[in-house]
Design a protein around this ligand. Structure first.
Ligand code: GLC
Ligand code: CA
Length: 557
């Protein structure tokens, strides 16, 4: 397999709003990030993915951009950005920007011009349609509730917005749009940034007829069949690769909702004419997914194993995987697939880290995951800031689809705000995140769950992650080895091997609080395999062994 630095690195995602506030206004900022680069260096990561820091009216916390070449005032200035980039580079850290180009903000100058008249040269930058008998052009619902169409009185037409009505979709079929986007990307590359994480990039090419979609729970049609991995998406990404990406040494990852293994092989082919890798969602769907998100469905381990293993095996040698449990759109993994009760929080956080980090692909760590940060104990709808959670609650309860108490429970458990509460730095007020009033509540467990405490304690989740990262740098097999699942039907244990040349690696994880009997492959026991990491002290590999609650171990031969 061809080697590449972006296959060997570990990425850390920062949600700037919630990372570190340097000036006491309650909102994280760029100077806050610059001040914490040493922390990330110490953790051992190589690349920082910054969620959007561009100018934005913040309808969706920066994912609605009104100027791609300016910094959000709350976050600082372009000089602050340059200083952050320079300081990061000095320490050997790379910066990957979030590229949100499926849509802009409705306050972007392109859209302000576009909506003025049907003849405006910018009209075709967006997707405008006439109404159908005085109603929306088709039945599509938006991801954040309501119709995906917004009527605009000035020209008596509707514009398409797959997300909020303040996020109109760009028309990628217009070559001028592509040219503008590529020029903007080049501008950032010339500044010296090191890569792009591309927001919902699988949605940029829509089927031109925009047909009605199958009607779902909320009464709206699903746009995905006509939008996800649409007709020209690969063509446009190849064009992007040729005009921009191929000219720089970048790391690129496309957020690809609705992506299948077959599609991923095109987006992230080893021949690399599009992207380095994609974020797929199938393993996030095992407890409901986007289409059926608001529920309490429990993950069934054999299903999770089947999904992850399919991706591991199918992309082997053909494309490259990204590995993630968490990001700013997902609840905290320790509360979701682990166990956030104090007794098991650290054990299960370490177990989940082990399970993911020993796979093939580039691992992504989301801020606080390296501490085992948990979901937030929301006590009322007032606690939420996220547009998706707030709208979903309103829509589902008003339409009587879900009872308010149940819906509150679901939102509490699955809301994106669970991951957006401030980073917990120490046990001082607001977890050391801000000296002011934080824009969203700090998890009250900051008194015990925080960076300071964990950096001072050898057996903390932080040090465990540090070790997982350093093992990846030491053992090539963790990066490049082939993957094989053991015990596919076991309901509690996740065990797999990796192989590279004559080396082998065994990873075993107990996903439950019950003890599990286990018989490791004989060769590891007989060959006296070396233990690389484990989340309990006193571990040994035996022909007949019992794994303790949430126990995880890795052996190398
Ligand atoms: C992506 C982002 C999410 C955002 C949406 C619209 O899914 O990760 O946070 O709300 O796109 O830009
Ligand atoms: Ca601030």
């Amino acid at each position: 397999m061809e080697k590449a630095w972006w296959k060997e690195c570990v990425v850390y995602q920062i949600y700037p709003r919630s990372f570190c506030d340097s000036n006491g206004d309650g909102v994280g900022d760029l100077n806050g990030i610059t001040g914490k680069l040493g922390y990330l260096k110490d953790l051992g990561v190589d690349v920082i993915w910054l969620s959007p820091v561009y100018q934005s009216p913040n309808d969706d916390n920066g994912y609605d951009i009104s100027d791609y070449q300016a910094i959000m005032e709350e976050f600082g200035t372009m000089e602050d950005f340059d200083r952050m980039l320079y300081t990061a580079h000095e320490q050997g850290l790379k910066i990957m920007m979030d590229l949100v180009v499926n849509h802009t903000s409705d306050e972007h100058v392109w859209f302000r011009r576009s909506r003025k008249s049907r003849e405006n040269p910018y009209r075709d930058y967006y997707i405008w349609r006439d109404g159908r008998e005085g109603k929306e052009p088709n039945n599509w619902g938006s991801c954040f509730g309501g119709s995906a169409w917004q009527y605009d009185g000035a020209t008596d037409m509707y514009y398409l917005h797959l997300f909020s009505r303040k996020q109109p979709d760009l028309n990628w079929d217009n070559p001028k749009v592509r040219k503008e986007v590529f020029e903007m990307m080049t501008w950032w590359c010339e500044k010296g940034i090191d890569g792009f994480r591309m927001d919902v990039i699988s949605l940029i090419s829509k089927q031109p007829q925009l047909p009605d979609g199958p009607v779902g729970e909320g009464g709206y049609g699903d746009f995905s069949p006509y939008v996800a991995n649409g007709p020209h998406v690969h063509e446009y990404l190849q064009e992007m690769n040729e005009s921009v990406l191929s000219k720089y040494d970048l790391i690129t990852v496309g957020e690809c909702s609705g992506v299948t293994v077959e599609e991923a092989k095109k987006y992230a082919a080893s021949s690399n004419k599009e992207l380095n890798m994609v974020f797929q969602f199938e393993h996030m769907d095992v407890d409901g997914g986007e289409g059926f998100k608001w529920n309490h469905k429990k993950m069934h381990l054999p299903e999770l194993k089947a999904v992850l293993s399919k991706w591991q095996v199918s992309l082997q040698g053909k494309a490259w995987n990204s590995l993630y449990w968490c990001n700013h759109d997902q609840p905290r993994i320790v509360s979701r697939l682990g166990d956030d009760r104090e007794e098991y929080r650290e054990l299960s956080a370490k177990m989940l880290g082990t399970c993911l980090h020993m796979m093939q692909g580039t691992p992504y760590i989301y801020q606080g995951e390296e501490l085992g940060m948990t979901n937030y104990p929301f006590s009322s709808m007032e606690d939420f800031r996220d547009i998706e959670s707030i709208h979903a609650y309103q829509e589902y309860t008003e339409k009587g689809i879900v009872k308010p108490d149940d819906m509150f429970d679901y939102v509490r458990y699955k809301s994106r705000d669970n991951s957006r509460t401030p980073m917990q730095w120490d046990d001082t007020d607001n977890g050391g995140f801000t000296s002011g009033t934080p824009w969203i509540g700090v998890n009250p467990n900051y008194k015990t769950v925080n960076v300071k405490e964990q950096r001072n304690r050898a057996d903390s989740v932080f040090h465990y992650y540090q070790k997982l990262i350093s093992l990846r740098k030491q053992y090539e097999i963790i990066v490049y080895g082939t993957y094989e699942l053991l015990l596919p039907d076991h309901e509690r244990l996740y065990a797999y091997t990796r192989a590279l040349g004559d080396q082998k690696l065994l990873t075993v994880c107990n996903f439950s609080e019950e003890r599990q009997n286990y018989e490791p492959p004989k060769e590891f026991v007989e060959g006296q395999a070396k233990r690389l990491i484990s989340n309990y002290e006193q571990v040994s590999l035996e022909i007949q062994m019992t794994l303790r609650p949430y126990e995880a171990m890795v052996y190398w031969l």
